[in-house]
Ligand binder design. Sequence first.
Ligand code: NI
Length: 137
Amino acid sequence: MAGIERIGVSLEKELLGAFDKLIAEKGYQSRSEAIRDLIRQQLNDNRLTNDKAEAVAAVVLVYDHHATAIMERLTELQHSHVLKTISSLHVHLDHHDCLEVIVLRGKVGEINKMGEKLISIKGVKLGRVNLLANEGL
Ligand code: NI
């Protein structure tokens, strides 16, 4: 394959054994694919420490739709913010609770700020911002 370089890595037997066991459990077909993913994960994690790096995020929220004006507040925040809301998904979990996934694109710092605003809305029971760097991978 063009642009591919082969590298050799020296490892202790025990460490290699533990790695092989782990990647077999995860379903990797080869060490190369597992190592590529580990490197990408490290690069991604490192990029996400920079507030100005470009990223995408899935903000996952669970909230009680009976809570006062929560739906309006959620929509208002998505419309008003400088960040691009790419998409959102709504699932009615049960009589009270809804799950909302809001996909955002922007800079890491802005996404985190928006995520915190969404999670802190009254009536939101659980929330998480799942960030991925979207360049250089
Ligand atoms: Ni609902």
